[in-house]
Design a protein around this ligand. Structure first.
Ligand SMILES: Nc1ncnc2c1ncn2[C@@H]1O[C@H](COP(=O)(O)OP(=O)(O)OP(=O)(O)O)[C@@H](O)[C@H]1O
Length: 188
């Protein structure tokens, strides 16, 4: 079993990478969805402050790997030999997945500078997006406080997303194909 996870700062391109994986036929488990689901279950609006608050609470009550632990059952439920996990936020989550899947866990970091990420956010218009570069900087700091920097450092591969979407798509397909090729086929 191979688990490929994407890690990176907000709006670095993790969802795009996951979308490309999905188009390649690889099932995707989204860690952000786990938090958004919990926000909705609590009857809250899924905005930036509520997702941040719920994510912080989950980690405080259940540990820094609370979201990763909730993802593991979803990963097994896919019944697939190769799965993509979108949204690893911290080193505790990386350690959790490495404990569970050992060498089968592959971490890919996606990098784009803050100015590039902010200009993409302005175009994206998601309900939990911030509307100033200071807001993005605060969010970056919140993510870094959860051990995101260490998670990025622990990655096996880095993909730069500082160019066009077509270039990024080509790079993601190249890296994923590499692991698809190495993935044991028809494993029972
Ligand atoms: N190379 C690119 N060129 C142009 N737009 C891009 C590129 N990569 C990503 N985008 C766009 O930038 C926005 C942010 O990317 P995406 O949502 O994939 O980031 P993310 O890392 O998943 O963000 P978050 O951590 O906030 O969930 C999206 O609207 C996406 O379509």
């Amino acid at each position: 079993m191979k688990i490929i996870a994407f890690v990176g700062m907000p709006a670095s391109g993790k969802s795009e990478a996951a979308k490309i994986a999905s188009e390649m036929g690889i099932p995707v488990v989204n860690m952000g969805d786990v938090i958004r689901k919990e926000v909705l279950r609590r009857g809250l609006e899924p905005n930036d402050s509520n997702t941040g608050m719920v994510a912080t609470q989950l980690r405080k009550c259940e540990g820094m790997d609370a979201v990763a632990i909730r993802c593991i059952s979803q990963i097994y439920e896919t019944g697939s030999d190769l799965i993509v996990v979108d949204g690893v936020r911290g080193i505790a989550e990386v350690e959790c997945f490495r404990r569970e899947f050992g060498e089968g866990f592959i971490l890919i970091s996606i990098y784009a500078p803050i100015e590039v990420r902010f200009s993409r956010i302005k175009k994206r218009g998601r309900s939990d997006d911030m509307d100033s570069i200071e807001g993005l900087r605060r969010r970056d700091e919140r993510e870094l406080g959860w051990g995101m920097g260490e998670a990025i450092e622990a990655s096996n591969v880095e993909i730069e997303n500082n160019f066009t979407l077509e270039t990024f798509r080509k790079d993601v397909i190249e890296v994923l194909s590499n692991y698809l090729g190495k993935s044991p086929q028809n494993k029972s």
